[in-house]
Design a binder for this molecule. Sequence first.
Ligand code: ATP
Ligand code: LTN
Length: 334
Amino acid sequence: MIDGKKVLFSGMQSTGNLTLGNYLGALKNWVSLSDEYECFYSVVDLHSITVRQDPAELRKRARALLTLYIAAGLDPEKNCIYYQSHVSAHAELSWILNCFTYMGELNRMTQFKDKAAKHADNINAGLFTYPVLMAADILLYQADVVPVGKDQLQHLEITRDIAQRFNGIYGDVFTVPEPYIGKAGAKIMSLQDPSKKMSKSDENTNASIYLMDDPDTIIRKFKRAVTDSEGQIVYREEQPGIRNLIDIYSACTGKTPEQVEAEFAGKGYGEFKMAVGEAVVDVLKPLQDRFHDLSQNKDYIDSVIKNNAEKASYYANKTLRKVQKKVGFPEKVR
Ligand code: ATP
Ligand code: LTN
């Protein structure tokens, strides 16, 4: 609790261009929850280097991501928006928690298996212990709730296990966090292969809608989206392409899948795809405009970066000091 409010933590990696999946699965929910909780939203750049990055590009993307958080509607006066690398407590707690995490647990992580297969030439130890750093992120702020897409549930589960294990040994040190999965848009699939999640690292650019895509590109990608030959707009497992488009339309318009089915009963795929594309443009256009305005305002973004890193450090260090004491590190002599 901070000032009587429950705490929320979440983060995104500054790798690649954000997709509609990132927005509907995560960012959009962050905005809707931001009044209710004391929120920390991090650009998790320490996580990004588990995959090789170009330094200049990484710096640029991290700043763009932080700006995008604000453009999406997170007020940096009320929400703590900051770079993970500016708060050294993340790395420090991560080391300690590494010593409370088992190899067997990490071996089961599906994201590790996927990424190791994708980057077979660079299966580094950081990629393996990625979930421990994520646990440190969350536990440092004593977060009650963590809004994420479905693909991150396994990482939330290990975070809870680590917290409970630590609390079991040392007493109540960490709040055990709950995941928050939004109702619509929790798992947006690739437009080219609806059995795969839409991902910013997909090589096929037609598979993903990027948040900065212009309206024509968005419409074109939806026109090309893979569907089926059933010819009816019904929300069911046998039609994964159509189901994904219904999910996207629902998440953008607030309508339920049943309402979408009724709206498009008897209509063709062409018309439906066009409507989905337009609904997405309506959601993304204002966000893009705000992003461009904010990007011009260097001093403002700099001040957000500075002030919020200080705020985050204050809370993070409070927990870190408690943990250091519990595990038996000597107190600093002042
Ligand atoms: P990468 O492709 O580089 O692995 P990613 O697109 O999966 O990245 P992350 O940075 O790992 O994105 O995820 C940021 C947030 O977006 C997480 O909360 C994640 O659950 C959510 N998210 C990512 N992809 C989707 C998706 N297709 N549908 C819904 N939520 C998603
Ligand atoms: N692994 C997450 C990013 C992430 C995160 C976090 C999300 C790192 N630390 C803490 C929530 C809470 C991902 O999106 N791939």
